[in-house]
Design a protein. Sequence first.
Length: 138
Amino acid sequence: MRTLCTHCSDAEIAGEDELDALAAQYLGTHDAAHAGDAHAALRRHWQAEHGDATGRIRLRRRRGCDHCGGTGYHGRMGIHELMLADDEVRRLIRHRGDAASLQAAARSGGMATLRQDGIAKVLAGLTDLPEVLAATNA
Ligand SMILES: [Zn+2]
């Protein structure tokens, strides 16, 4: 996944619709209105973790300059998904559970998906959402 060029990207206050889109992608709901409490809880968590004193979150914007050949991206980094085999995951493996059940069990056990890891890197100012969506197909 490409990282934002540090010479030209600027941090700007993220809009509500932008944060809604990020949260919907993070939760895999693709629709903030139907995500309800989980969506609100995630937004509060991000505000506490990444927000300024008034709770505003800044996201870095891709621009383009001579350093990055006008693309706004410079350099690459990995995104990762690590599934730990807890009791439920081991049980599903033993009983040949299907992929969707395995993923659900891993996620409820705390696994962050590739896309969630990418969105954490958007919030950390390392890349942007279009790049995360292009690099993941969850
Ligand atoms: Zn640049």
